[in-house]
Design a protein around this ligand. Structure first.
Ligand code: ADP
Ligand code: MG
Length: 596
């Protein structure tokens, strides 16, 4: 292929513009992205090599080398991973294939600061090189192809890029960054080591740099005052040293890992720029053996509501990377969880189809789900806003670690509470644990912190149900005429304003033996809460109004199924309710919006 110039896909050009203009404040992440790509490329080779050992050629030790050239002002990251063919270079470095990109682009506001945050979440990957470089040269050869089938890709990070065929003896990829003037600090071994230690220590691959040593300048004139020497400097020795720990973070003992290292690892796998809320790192033994490192993010991603969104857990088998976002490892309602599962039992050639059927996977999923729920339970009980006075609400804040959990469940719930509710319909085995984790606003609390257990603890003498109302907003819920009698009698009602509430509550009929009752459905039966006099008055009223009701029914016959006298109202003359077994108005509205 002779040299040709191609245009970037429109989204890439747009992204590049953003990268160079808004990611400036966090320059050094480019190194994390490029090293993580190098590591991915080695993972892929290792994986393909399972069935085709010839791909390793004569270089079975996978590694990354970082070099720089002060005179040329270039920084080069070289890996001997899978490499790219010419077509792959064109496809992978010129377009964004990732699903959700369009979504993402739609979210960009034009406000640089906000967009920079979004971009951090999205992960700009390879293109982050343009934060520090005004030109990037990529030279690559795919494992298994001939040396003459190498490719060189060059771009200045604006509208287009050039590709041409080259001969490259070495398998793998070199990313050569031609540094901008304001990024020349990366032409320094100390600086590079520092950034790599910060972002890439946990990468299981060795990252090598050439050793340097001090060399005095040349002796010119021994009789000269200053010794007659040219200035000295650091020179390369030709010897290489591994500068990272080079062992996958999750394989190390917990006690050897600092909080910062856990947080950095999270940022690498999640592309999130914020530290996670909490995590759990465990080695599970039993029927099936695996290591889990699971994180709960502090912030919801922009595409949380996309149920097709890929899950965030990576699958490894005996430290060999198998796949990203293995959805079989986590139920959909926990799609916000990020992390790594490393199985000791699954076969290395496991496919997505096989995963769905594997008993080991099922038991990993169950174990991981339980782990996430315990993390959440732990946060909930250490957060004074959510710990409550209910059955499980015992706060035992003793250690510094416990104190650090204060406020976290509230934060979690604001971001992910609504997704968690999907679990009621999805994960029957854990329904009760999930129900205990739910929090609501109520007629006694504007903040979303009331658990079913709190509610039960405050129930009135003789009250037989947990009452709730669903509405679009808190204000609408609070002002609903359907609450009048409850207010008058001082009975608490849970106010539910998430869109999924209605759907989720179809799957939860009771909590700890107490039925849940919507105040907007059927004839609200206050049971023992109503005294005899009230009951009698209601019956008399029903009798007295019979003729009026008959007329109203006739007049509304196409619009209402029934018209009846109610005790639920105090000030308002009338309100709409649905039949006991009917769809609630809220659900009906939701379905209508969804076009059904
Ligand atoms: P991501 O890593 O999330 O896929 P990137 O923008 O970081 O996105 O990289 C885009 C694609 O370019 C990768 O998926 C991969 O196919 C290819 N690529 C990037 N760097 C390398 C590399 N060092 N070796 C092989 N392929 C690479
Ligand atoms: Mg990447």
């Amino acid at each position: 292929m002779s040299k040709q110039t191609l245009s970037f896909q429109a989204e890439v050009a747009q992204l590049l513009h953003l990268v160079t203009h808004s990611l400036y404040s966090n320059q050094e992440i480019f190194l994390r992205e490029l090293i993580s790509n190098a590591s991915d490329a080695c993972d892929k080779l290792r994986f393909e090599g399972l069935n085709n050992a010839a791909l390793f050629e004569d270089a079975p030790n996978l590694e990354v080398r970082v070099t720089f050239d002060k005179a040329a002002k270039t920084l080069t990251i070289t890996d001997n991973g899978i490499g790219m063919s010419q077509q792959e270079a064109i496809d992978h470095l010129g377009t964004i294939a990732k699903s959700g990109t369009k979504d993402f682009m739609g979210k960009l506001s034009g406000d640089q600061k906000q967009d920079a945050q979004l971009i951090g979440q999205f992960g700009v990957g390879f293109y982050s090189g343009f934060i520090v470089a005004d030109k990037i040269t990529v030279e690559s050869r795919r494992a298994g192809l001939k040396p003459e089938e190498g490719v060189r890709w060059i771009s200045g990070g604006t509208g287009d890029f050039e590709v041409e065929t080259i001969t490259r003896a070495q398998r793998g990829t070199s990313i050569i960054l031609h540094l901008r003037e304001d990024a020349e600090e990366y032409l320094n071994a100390w600086k590079l080591k520092q950034v790599i230690a910060k972002y890439s220590d946990h990468i299981s691959l060795p990252i090598l740099m050439e050793k340097e040593e001090w060399k005095d300048g040349e002796l010119i004139n021994p009789n000269d005052e200053n010794g007659g020497r040219q200035p000295g400097g650091m020179v390369k020795t030709g010897e290489w040293e591994t500068i990272n720990k080079a062992s996958a973070l999750w394989t190390r003992p917990k006690k050897d890992i600092t909080e910062e290292q856990y947080a950095e690892f999270y940022k690498t796998i999640s592309h999130d720029h914020e530290a996670p809320l909490t995590w759990a790192h465990n080695r599970v033994e039993g029927n099936t053996e695996y290591t889990q490192l699971l994180y709960i993010p502090a912030k919801a991603p922009f595409d949380l509501w996309n149920r097709d969104k890929k899950a965030g857990v990576k699958l490894y088998v005996k430290r060999v990377f198998i796949m990203d976002d293995a959805e079989a490892l986590m139920p959909t309602y926990l799609r916000f969880v990020k992390g790594v599962i490393d199985s000791a039992d699954l076969p290395l050639n496991v496919s997505r189809e096989l995963l769905q059927e594997s008993r080991d996977v099922r038991s990993i999923r169950e174990g991981s789900t339980k782990r996430v729920l315990s993390m959440l339970e732990d946060l909930a009980k250490h957060d004074k806003h959510t710990a409550g006075e209910g059955a499980d609400g015992v706060t035992d804040v003793v250690s510094e670690e416990d104190k650090a959990k204060e406020g976290k469940y509230t934060k979690f719930y604001a971001e992910f509470g609504a997704v968690l509710k999907e679990g009621l319909g999805e994960d029957f085995a854990n329904r009760e644990r999930l129900a205990k984790l739910l929090r609501f606003a109520s007629t006694q609390s504007d903040t979303v912190c009331v658990s079913f257990a709190d509610y039960k603890a405050r129930m009135k003498e003789g009250q037989e149900a947990i009452y709730y109302i669903t509405a679009d907003t808190l204000a609408a819920a609070k002002n609903s005429p359907q609450l009048e009698v409850f207010k008058k009698k001082g009975i608490e009602v849970l106010l539910m304003t998430d869109r999924v509430d209605e759907w989720a509550l179809n799957y939860l009929h009771e909590f700890d033996g107490t039925p849940l009752q919507s105040v907007a459905k059927g004839a609200v039966d206050l049971g023992k809460l109503q005294d005899e006099a009230e009951k009698k008055a209601a019956e008399e009223a029903a009798e007295a109004f019979k003729p009026v009701l008959a007329k109203l029914k006739e007049a509304l016959k196409d619009k209402a199924e029934d018209v009846r006298v109610t005790t639920r109202l105090v000030d308002s003359p009338a309100c709409l309710v649905v039949q006991d077994d009917g769809m609630s108005t809220q659900l009906a509205r939701m379905l209508k919006q969804a076009g059904q």
